[in-house]
Design a protein. Structure first.
Length: 339
């Protein structure tokens, strides 16, 4: 079965073809970084126009790389939310048009569900697993019971984790996109030099909060006199984030134990999961608990079409498909219906 996945919810126009055997036959990503760099962040109207300009080229290239004709595609999945409405309309309309023209099933893909299940494309892993989803728009921990059942046990009360990285990058003048820039800057920094808060880390809760940490970094920038100070502040911020993630993972594992759930693994996904330091530290914690730790490769953590195509595989395998009248949803919580 050949499944085409199309992603256009934020600043990447992406298309990929995968099979139910976990083969990634192509994975094309056109990043709009250059369009948005000048503005220090994603400009929704520019993003929508760029998606419109590139989407047919990206899909064509995905077919070419996979050495397939459009007539050989069995299912098309397109991101229909959550995300920026302009881009969602472009991707949803394009995917539905392919579905209609080729008379193949259409899957309205929830971008967050795609991040949540992406690990099953790159690894052999059974349900249930504990997921820490960390992206530009979300920060949640949940127990993934099946391709349709996501039990959310914690979420951010204010900013998402990616937003915190992006804002700190801006405060430190590191530019856009912020996450990779903060990671790079932090290398070689003293991560204990700036005392920063770890919000909600004395509470027995899996919820997150990053607004106070971000404000503390803003105040601390006033004490940055040298380049080394900025490197140290960047490292101290990354350290604080890691401490928060470690604490919240411990909390989540406690909840799973309390519920008597035997986890197959702890999984991280979403753009921030590309951060090598975060991966290493969470891996250590999981191994201390005797648990398997898994993260998709970095190019499947950040936005891509392969995870959307894989979501299509998961949904088709449980006999789901979406109506062509499905409207894109800028807000679309995990686990609500795609039909
Ligand atoms: O999942 P994603 O590509 O898009 C959304 O669904 O939002 O996540 C993008 C976020 C951005 O905030 C970006 O700064 C962050 O992921 N990010 C990182 C790294 N790479 C991307 N954050 C920390 N370290 C990284 N290496
Ligand atoms: Zn994403």
């Amino acid at each position: 079965m050949y499944v085409l996945g199309i992603e256009s919810s934020c600043d990447e126009t992406a298309a990929a073809i995968v099979t139910e055997k976990k083969e990634i036959l192509s994975n094309i990503i056109y990043s709009q970084i250059e369009e948005h760099r000048l503005f220090g962040g994603v400009v929704p109207e520019l993003a929508a126009r760029a998606h419109l300009e590139k989407i047919d080229l990206v899909v064509e290239k995905a077919l070419e790389d996979a050495d397939l004709e459009i007539s050989q595609i069995d299912v098309v999945a397109g991101t229909c939310g959550p995300g920026l409405i302009g881009g969602l309309i472009v991707g949803a309309t394009f995917s539905k048009s392919i579905s209609m023209a080729m008379n193949i099933p259409f899957i309205a893909a929830n971008h967050i569900e795609a991040h949540a299940l992406s690990i099953r494309l790159t690894e052999n892993i059974d349900f249930p697993y504990l997921l820490l989803l960390m992206s530009g728009g979300h920060c949640q921990s949940c127990i993934v019971h099946s391709a349709n059942h996501f039990e959310i046990i914690g979420k951010t009360l204010d900013d998402s984790i990616g937003e915190a990285f992006d804002k700190v990058a801006k405060l430190l003048g590191l530019g856009y996109p912020g996450g990779p820039a903060v990671e790079k800057k932090s290398a070689g920094g003293d991560d204990e030099s700036f005392p920063l808060p770890r919000p909600l880390c004395r509470k027995e809760s899996c919820d997150f909060s990053f607004a106070g940490l971000k404000t503390a970094v803003r105040i601390a920038t006033g004490k940055c006199k040298t380049e080394q100070d900025r490197i140290n502040l960047s490292a101290s911020f990354q350290r604080a984030v890691i401490d928060i993630l470690v604490y919240k993972t411990e909390q989540a594992l406690g909840i799973c134990r309390g519920k008597g759930i035997g986890l197959s693994a702890v999984v991280i996904s979403g753009g921030v999961a590309a951060n090598q330091r975060i991966r290493t530290e969470l891996q250590n914690i999981c191994h201390q608990h005797g648990l398997r730790f898994l993260a998709p490769p970095a190019n499947i953590c950040t936005d891509n079409g392969a995870m959307i195509a894989w979501l299509g595989v998961e949904k088709i395998l449980v006999n789901q498909r979406s109506d062509l009248r499905f409207s894109p949803r800028p807000r679309w919580p995990l686990g609500t219906h795609c039909s």
